[in-house]
Design a protein around this ligand. Structure first.
Ligand code: ADP
Length: 274
């Protein structure tokens, strides 16, 4: 089924429980090492509120690490990461990094939604429960409010008839659409997309990409996306950042990066993936 329209269910769609304002992301001099491997070396970049930015570049260049740092699944070895004006991690005077309190991390995580390559749906819950768990337990919505929001989102992603289904009975494309709806159910200010179509059979890719394009057009959610699908990157992004070995070697609007890349390494990368 083609995803239907349910603008009221979208982030920023004006639901009574929504108190979101769009916010951006800032990396300032961020360092991340795994042992001796310096994955991010004093990385600076910013994504504006409501901006759609895609990270491209060879495998191992640090793109996923950036998303994992934002999800607080990894902690940096230096620098500051902000979501809006607030640092994810508290910095002591002198720049020493201090682990943030659980309460602060919990508040920060609420602002961020992530969709993974492997869907990561809750396997022991039906589709509706997958969408209502977070809003009830993390945001404090009543079950009725959460169900109403979930149904609106299932309509948006074209799966209104699957609310009782068990995730394992759905196709990969359907599971990924549920995962997208689940992320949106939390009304995040920032949506992180990590290779969201790379585990899908080719015929299922387009449906998921079309859905994300619709969401990008109809909401003000800030999007940071990692993908190897250059057509998708081109359609969805305001700006593309080309990574190589933990550094941004080139950035610009998709038309410029894909048609007139300045750097030889970008040209070589695009030749290999296009
Ligand atoms: P990309 O997403 O661009 O493919 P990643 O961010 O996944 O790159 O990885 C960047 C580098 O960090 C790679 O060299 C990878 O081997 C290393 N790396 C990522 N996660 C870990 C980890 N948990 N432990 C050790 N090394 C890691």
């Amino acid at each position: 089924a083609a995803p239907g329209k349910a603008a009221g269910a979208l982030p920023g769609g004006g639901g009574a429980a929504s108190a979101r304002t769009p916010c951006g992301i800032t990396f300032e001099q961020v360092v991340k090492r795994f042992g001796d491997n310096v994955v991010l070396d004093h990385l600076d970049f910013a994504v504006g509120a409501g901006e759609r930015v895609t990270l491209i570049g060879p495998s191992g260049s640090g793109k996923t690490t950036i998303l994992r740092l934002l999800m607080t699944l990894e902690r940096p070895d230096g620098g500051v990461i902000r979501v809006g004006d607030d640092p994810l991690w508290h910095m002591e005077r002198g720049g020493k990094l201090v682990k943030a309190g659980e309460k602060h991390l919990h508040e920060m995580r609420k602002r961020i939604g992530m969709v993974f390559q492997q869907f990561n749906l809750f396997p022991n819950m039906n589709v509706l429960r997958n969408l209502t768990e977070g809003p009830v337990h993390v945001l404090g919505l009543s079950r009725d409010e959460a169900v109403e929001r979930a149904r609106g989102l299932l309509e948006l992603v074209g799966l209104a008839d699957k609310e009782d289904a068990h995730p394992t009975r759905l196709s990969g494309g359907q599971q990924q659409r549920v995962a997208i709806a689940r992320a949106l159910a939390m009304e995040p200010t920032v949506l992180l997309l990590d290779e969201v179509t790379s585990a899908l059979d080719p015929e299922l890719v387009v449906g998921v990409q079309d859905l994300l394009r619709d969401i990008a057009r109809s909401t003000d959610v800030t999007m940071l996306c990692v993908t190897h699908e250059m057509g998708f990157a081109r359609d969805i992004s305001d700006r593309v950042l080309m990574f190589d070995q933990g550094r941004i070697i080139e950035e610009g609007p998709p038309g410029t990066i894909f048609e007139e890349p300045r750097e030889e390494r970008t040209r070589a990368f695009l030749r290999a993936v296009l």
